[in-house]
Design a protein around this ligand. Structure first.
Ligand code: NAD
Length: 499
């Protein structure tokens, strides 16, 4: 079945894409052209300029100019809100094209992932559109300063941190771009956005919408390129004030090291190895349906993915059988087929990585109950895979696989200490969930589990209104909600003496 591509999507794919720098599309200085591949067919999809160090210099200079001079720093909060709101409207108006680009570039299935991409991106932009008029400092009490007989008037100003380098991964490209741009633009920063080199298309399309919406030139610059050529140059750049990164923990570490030159601010949204804990009194139908749905969402290429499912021994056998049934029933295919529930992985390299984890699970003695192989034919497809009999020391239980592989393990000791111990037995701390009707157990575990989000009969982030981010090696800082703005603001204290 071939995708029924919108004429505008086809025209966009045919074009050779430039870099958005200072409000204009430009070729890369080195002339480098990269190809995006359709992971469902392994065929080239589109050609785009790959940014290198010289392009990053130009993009940062454009962002600096727009940050320090011109209409952006002078713009009223109401006008900034209006621009963000209009961008959300543009995203919705071009929703069909953007959805098709996500399916073709990333491989995500229309149902449900790609169908959510545009509404989520628009919702985030609208949420942040509400903020510019609400960012405020405070007045602070003060004792009289030395030598003065009256207290100084003391207040704080919230100012944009400046030029922000934003680096995003390939797994949810449009949503990632929106969640990064929203808080940066709401706070008055300017941006150099580097989307992942596997999936640049929706961000490039968004670049065109940003131009149409009327953001001043240089406020948003979009420079796809490889991590080594474009990403590293952006992180090391002395005129970048902050880097906001989403990606692997390993790259996050290298970003922290590279940011030391000018001690730029760094926020990190990194990997996860989320526990999903099922007590014997849980609503089994709903719980197991959610474990399978979320564990295989985006082919498991999802930082929140419940990849460690712990099920109480009393219900273990029927629960595992239901998860296996759900995994077997998932239709594998290209994302544009509405029946598909498992699209392709992003690349041949990711497919190999997942295969090597499955091999390591088998050699470590885990029992493969479903999947474990790639189906015949082209495309980077891999079967939804379930292991049981896993042990905490196995690599498949410790490392983030970022593929459709779930480890299911039974437990018997329901004491809070025992459950918190296995939930926290990981270097990650992004998301966790507890499935039970016991309110006391659930709330106490929510306090004991070290994760940025703990769900009770729910798994995954809350709404965009609530903070999201990681404990431990899952990151620094929070996205979403009011807290996401903190990373884009400096606080200045002003002290006024009357004498
Ligand atoms: P990755 O770290 O390889 O790449 C992410 C981005 O970083 C890409 O744009 C890449 O080009 C760039 N990059 C690579 N090396 C770089 C360098 N040295 N300097 C600067 N930039 C560099 O990650 P990935 O494999 O593409 O993405 C998957 C990872 O992202 C997973 O670990 C996943 O958990 C994580 N992730 C986290 C969240 C979250 O919100 N916590 C969300 C989605 C994905």
């Amino acid at each position: 079945m071939n995708p029924d591509i919108h004429a505008q999507t086809a025209a966009f794919l045919d074009r050779e894409h430039g870099l958005l720098i200072g409000g204009e599309w430009a070729a890369s200085r080195s002339g480098e052209i990269l190809k995006s591949i359709n992971p469902a067919t392994e065929q080239p999809l589109a050609r785009f300029a790959g940014a290198g160090p010289e392009d990053i210099d130009l993009a940062v200079a454009a962002a600096r100019e727009a940050c320090d001079h011109g209409p952006w720093p002078a713009m009223s909060p109401s006008r900034r809100s209006e621009l963000l709101w209009k961008l959300a409207e543009q995203v919705e108006a071009h929703g069909e094209i953007l959805t098709q680009l996500e399916i073709l570039d990333n491989g995500m299935p229309l149902n449900p992932a790609a169908a959510m991409a545009v509404p989520i991106a628009a919702k985030m932009l609208r949420y942040y559109a509400g903020w510019p008029s609400k960012i405020a400092g405070s007045t602070n009490p003060s004792d009289p300063r030395p030598g003065a007989d009256r207290a100084a008037l003391t207040y704080t100003l919230k100012e944009p941190v400046g030029v922000v380098g934003q680096i995003t991964p390939w797994n949810y490209p449009l949503g990632m771009a929106a969640m990064k741009l929203g808080p940066a633009l709401a706070t008055g920063c300017t941006v150099v956005l580097k989307p992942d080199e596997h999936t640049p298309l929706s961000a490039l399309y968004l670049g065109e919408l940003i131009r149409k919406t009327g953001f001043p030139p240089g406020v948003v610059n979009i420079v796809p390129g490889t991590g080594e050529a474009a990403g590293a140059s952006l992180v090391e750049h002395p005129d970048v004030d902050k880097v906001a990164f989403t990606g692997s923990t390993e790259t996050g570490r290298s970003i922290v090291r590279a940011a030391t030159g000018n001690l730029k601010r760094v926020s990190l949204e990194l990997g996860g190895k989320s526990p999903f804990i099922v007590f014997p009194d849980a609503d089994l139908d709903r719980t197991i349906a959610m474990a399978a749905h979320l564990g295989f969402f985006l082919q498991g290429q999802n930082c929140q993915c419940p990849s460690r499912v712990f099920i109480h021994e009393e219900i273990f056998e029927p629960a595992v059988e239901r998860m296996a049934e759900a995994a077997r029933a998932m239709k594998i295919g290209p994302g544009w087929d509405p029946e598909t529930r498992q699209g392709p992985l992003i690349s041949a390299a990711q497919l190999e990585r997942v295969e090597s984890y499955v091999a390591s699970g088998l050699s470590d003695g885990a029992e493969l109950i479903v999947g474990g192989a790639r189906p015949e034919g082209p495309g980077y497809f891999f079967e939804p895979t379930l292991f049981r009999g896993t042990k905490s020391e196995m690599r498949i239980m410790r490392e983030e696989i970022f593929g459709p592989v779930i480890c299911v393990q039974s437990f018997s000791d329901t004491s809070l200490d025992a459950v918190a111990a296995f939930a926290n037995d990981t270097v990650y701390g992004l998301v966790a969930s507890v499935w039970t009707r016991g309110l006391g157990t659930a709330h106490e575990l929510a306090q004991r589990i070290k994760a940025g989000v703990v769900g009770i009969n729910h798994h995954g982030s809350g709404d965009v209104f609530a903070p999201f981010g990681g404990y431990k090696e899952s990151g620094w800082g929070r996205e979403f909600g009011a807290e996401s703005l903190d990373g884009y603001l400096e606080t200045k204290t002003v002290v006024v003496r009357y004498d």
